[in-house]
Design a protein around this ligand. Structure first.
Ligand code: F6R
Length: 260
C-alpha cells in the first residue's frame, strides 16, 4: 500500500486527481467509483479544474457511488444521490445518464443490490475507486465486523457513524439508520483504489488501516491486500503512522518516470 502525506487537504486533492486522471485517461470506457462525504471534496474540485483546463476528457466516464441511505428520497439534498449529483456529476461535468447510485428506496432491496452489482460488471468494472474512511475504519458503509467477501447489501449504520452523520440533519430529525452499500468484496474488485483522509479525527483509523493487522474490526485494513491502493492523507490524519518518515522518503525518492 502506498502512502502519500500532504501538507493539507487541497494538496491531497490535487495529488489524488492527478492519479485518477492518469488512470481514467488510459481506458477507452473509464469507470470511476465515487464516495460522498467531506474527504473527497478537494479531489472533485481538482478533477473539475483538470476538465476545465482541457487536460481530462470525461465525456465517456461512467460513475458508480458506494452507498445510499435507506428511506431518503433522491430529492432530499442529504441523500447520496443528490450529493453525488451536486459534488460530482455537475461539478466535474459527467453525463448524468452514466452516473449510478444504489437505490435506497427499492421495494425489493436485495434485487436492487444484485442489479447494482450487475450494472458495475456490465460497465466493465471500476477502474479507480475513490474512498474516504470513517473514524471507526469503515469504507463505504462497511462497518466493523463486515465480511471481507461482502457484496452490495443492506447494512445497519454503527452508533459512531450515526453520531458523525448527525451534522447533516437538523436538531430532532431522525438520522437514517440503514443504508445500501457496496461490499468490501465489491470495493476490492476495483482496479485501483485511492483513499483520502484529512484531519486528526481520522488519525487512528488511518493508522489501523495502513499499519494495523488486517481485520474486519477495521474494514479499511483489507486494502493492505489490494494490488493498487494508495492512501493520500494530510499531516493531521498521518499523525499516528509509525512509518510516516519512511512513506515520505519513498515518495521523495520515486524513480524518475515511475508510474502507478
Ligand atoms: C461515503 C462513504 C463513507 C465516507 C466516510 C468518511 O460515501 O462511503 O465511507 O467516506 O464516512 O466520511 P467523511 O469524508 O465525511 O469524513
Amino acid at each position: 500500500m502506498e502512502v502519500i502525506i500532504c501538507k493539507n487537504a487541497d494538496e491531497a486533492g490535487h495529488r489524488a486527481a492527478a492519479r485518477i486522471a492518469a488512470i481514467l485517461s488510459r481506458r477507452p470506457d473509464p469507470v470511476l467509483g465515487v464516495a460522498t462525504g467531506s474527504s473527497p471534496l478537494a479531489t472533485y474540485s481538482a478533477l473539475a479544474e483538470l476538465v476545465q483546463a482541457g487536460s481530462l476528457d470525461v465525456s465517456h466516464v461512467k460513475a458508480f457511488a458506494l452507498d445510499e441511505y435507506v428511506g431518503l428520497p433522491t430529492s432530499d439534498e442529504r441523500s447520496y444521490a443528490a450529493t453525488i449529483r451536486r459534488d460530482v456529476t455537475e461539478q466535474i461535468g459527467l453525463d448524468p445518464a452514466g452516473v449510478h447510485v444504489p437505490d435506497g428506496l427499492a421495494g425489493d432491496i436485495i434485487a436492487g443490490c444484485r442489479a447494482y452489482e450487475q450494472a458495475i460488471k456490465d460497465a466493465g468494472g471500476v477502474d479507480v475507486q475513490i474512498l474516504g474512511i470513517g473514524g471507526n475504519g469503515h469504507i463505504g458503509f462497511n462497518e466493523p465486523s463486515s465480511s471481507f467477501a461482502s457484496r452490495t447489501r443492506l447494512k445497519t449504520l454503527a452508533p459512531r457513524t450515526l453520531h458523525d452523520n448527525k451534522r447533516f440533519f437538523s436538531e430532532g430529525e431522525k438520522v437514517p439508520t440503514h443504508c445500501v452499500t457496496q461490499g468490501l468484496g465489491t470495493i476490492m474488485d476495483a482496479r485501483h483504489v485511492v483513499l483520502l483522509a484529512n484531519g486528526e479525527t481520522k488519525a487512528d483509523a488511518v493508522a489501523a488501516a495502513v499499519e494495523g493487522p488486517v481485520s474486519s474490526m477495521c474494514p479499511g485494513s483489507i486494502l493492505q491486500h489490494h494490488e493498487h491502493a494508495v492512501v493520500i492523507v494530510d499531516e493531521a490524519a498521518a499523525a499516528k503512522l509509525r512509518l510516516a518518515d519512511y512513506y515520505r522518503y519513498v515518495w521523495e525518492n520515486k524513480p524518475e518516470g515511475y508510474q502507478y
